[in-house]
Design a protein around this ligand. Structure first.
Ligand code: 4NP
Length: 161
């Protein structure tokens, strides 16, 4: 069976989507049965930070909760991602719209909002980049952890039934 691709997408790929990527990989490492069927990555709809590690504020806040974001590097989303990833999950509506605009008409995967998997339909992971202190980054983690759990449960149902 081919692996199922999961791609987390925000604007810069240095705050929200690498947080989702790192948290999801960490949780998945505890589920090798499921992990063997998944390919996970993250990307940004903007290319400003390509090649950069996650924002130090994201890395720090994540590390305090046991998630290591340090190996991740930013990349920009490409139209080829629609061939490779069956779940393409946007952190906010603007990035969802950016993805929708480049989504091939024959795409058969799920292009959606990440927080739908936390039961928060249509809700956004707020952009923490211009916020002061850690609060915005803590909020990102709270939301990401909830949606990662929901997504894992969804994928267990789909792939391990
Ligand atoms: P992200 O946050 O989309 O969660 O990675 C941002 C990172 C950088 C910028 C904006 C948002 N920026 O304007 O450079």
């Amino acid at each position: 069976m081919q692996k199922t691709g999961v791609l987390f997408v925000c604007l810069g790929n240095i705050c929200r989507s690498p947080t989702a990527h790192g948290v999801f990989l960490h949780k998945l490492a505890q589920e090798p049965q499921l992990a063997q069927w998944l390919e996970v990555d993250s990307a940004g709809t903007a290319a400003y930070h390509v090649g950069n590690p996650p924002d130090p504020r994201s890395t720090e806040v994540a590390l305090r909760r046991g998630y290591d974001l340090s190996p991740l590097r930013a990349r920009a989303v490409s139209t080829q991602d629609f061939e490779r990833y069956r779940y393409i999950l946007a952190m906010d509506r603007q990035n969802y719209a950016n993805l929708k605009a480049i989504c091939p008409s024959h795409y058969e995967g799920h292009l959606g909002m990440f927080l739908d998997f936390a039961g928060l339909h249509g809700a956004e992971v707020p952009d923490p980049y211009y916020t002061h202190g850690d609060r915005g980054f803590e909020e990102v983690l709270d939301l990401v952890e909830a949606a990662a759990d929901g997504l894992l449960e969804h994928l267990r149902q789909e792939l391990l039934r």
